[in-house]
Write a new protein. Structure first.
Lengths: 181, 197
């Protein structure tokens, strides 16, 4: 019973307080927001670190970037990226630093060079080749169809007679004149 | 012309061939760009005499192995007898790179730990481990923060580097060295490098 009464008193008190203070709730929310902001000395640098980290593969969990992975090596590499950017190195320098040690594999986007020519050019070559082949086939089919659609003089005469309703229908009574198959 | 219907089957078989080859590859074995390049220079405290430092120049003129290890590394325990055996045969000096002995251990939260405290702890842990499992190393050095490891492109422990007389990395073995690896790959390469010098 005592617990209940204490509870009721507390509710009453807080209602009273909020009524009196009015904006008290809002102030409290502001405080919370301030606490939740990550404490980063330099948000601009951190954004760059994250941008670069998303381009780098974590070698331990290979399907994650070092920005996503929590593997110790990923943390170390993120620290390296941060440290080097802080020291004034360019993004390309940092990427090169890591490629020198871990190879192109560390880059999510493979660089364009002779060994990756097929990788980068393959899809385009396949598309162009496929489109070319399709165009060639379509044109040939059209030519073939046009060739087949041409009638001989005898056929034309027969067709004309059929249209005029004079000649017997071939299906009912095959005429002496064999239809060209 | 008659066999034209076999073309898709042929293409399919080619595809199967590629996929079967790909399936046989180990995605964990990332080829190191450091092969045939000079080993990254470093100077680190020795495990046996922490007040002294070791740099790879000391090994110039010798064919040697750099083995990355840590006491928390389970696979290291698996390869350790192979290294102990190799050391006993006196074929090649092995230098140990003790990699992130304290902060690499997932069971320890080393954040905020002072470097001296961490170093002291690393030394006692590493020495204890070598005492328990045998010490195949000519000497070990302490890579407390894993920086030298990054320079060597280490991404998993254990890793073993074969370095020639000129200080160039000639081969990298990723994962535990098995007796089979040693016999078929490492020892022939060591012999070859020794003869070449």
């Amino acid at each position: 019973m005592r617990v209940k009464s204490v509870f009721a008193r507390r509710i009453g008190l807080s209602l009273l307080l909020s009524a009196v203070l009015g904006g008290g709730g809002v102030a409290f929310a502001d405080d919370a927001a301030q606490v939740a902001v990550p404490v980063v000395a330099n948000p601009e640098l951190e954004a760059e670190v994250m941008e670069l980290s998303h381009k780098l593969r974590c070698l331990v969990c290979q399907n994650q970037s070092i920005a996503e992975s929590n593997a110790p090596l990923a943390v170390d590499l993120r620290d390296q990226v941060r440290e080097q950017l802080e020291a004034g190195k360019s993004k390309d320098d940092v990427l090169e630093y890591l490629v020198e040690r871990y190879g192109d594999f560390v880059l999510y986007e493979p660089p364009f060079k002779t060994t990756t020519l097929l990788l980068w050019g393959g899809p385009a070559a396949l598309l162009v080749g496929g489109a070319g082949w399709l165009a060639f086939r379509l044109r040939r089919r059209q030519a073939e169809a046009a060739q087949q659609a041409r009638l001989t003089d005898a056929e034309r005469d027969r067709a004309r007679a059929l249209l005029a309703g004079a000649a017997p229908v071939a299906a009912d009574a095959p005429s002496a004149e064999e239809p060209r198959s | 012309m008659k066999a034209k219907f076999l073309v898709p089957l042929f293409l399919f078989l080619v595809l199967v061939g590629f996929l079967a080859f790909g399936l046989g590859l180990n995605p964990r074995e990332v080829p190191s760009p450091l092969i045939d390049k000079p080993a990254p220079a470093f100077s680190l405290a020795r495990l046996d005499q922490p007040e002294q430092r070791f740099s790879i120049d000391e090994m110039r003129g010798q064919v040697w192995l750099l083995n990355v290890w840590a006491s928390w590394c389970v696979a290291c325990r698996q390869e350790h007898p192979v290294l102990v055996d190799l050391a006993r045969r006196n074929l090649v000096p092995i230098v140990g790179l003790n990699y992130k002995e304290v902060r690499g251990d997932g069971a320890i939260d080393a954040r905020g730990m002072a470097l001296e405290v961490e170093t002291a702890q690393a030394i006692s842990r590493a020495r204890g481990w070598l005492k328990a499992h045998g010490d195949p190393y000519q000497l070990s050095v302490l890579d407390i923060d894993g920086r030298v490891g990054i320079d060597f492109g280490v991404y998993g422990v254990p890793e073993t580097f074969l370095i020639d007389r000129d200080g160039r990395i000639r081969y990298k073995h990723i994962g535990p060295v098995t007796p089979d690896n040693l016999q078929k790959v490492l020892l022939p390469k060591i012999e070859e490098l020794k003869r070449a010098g």
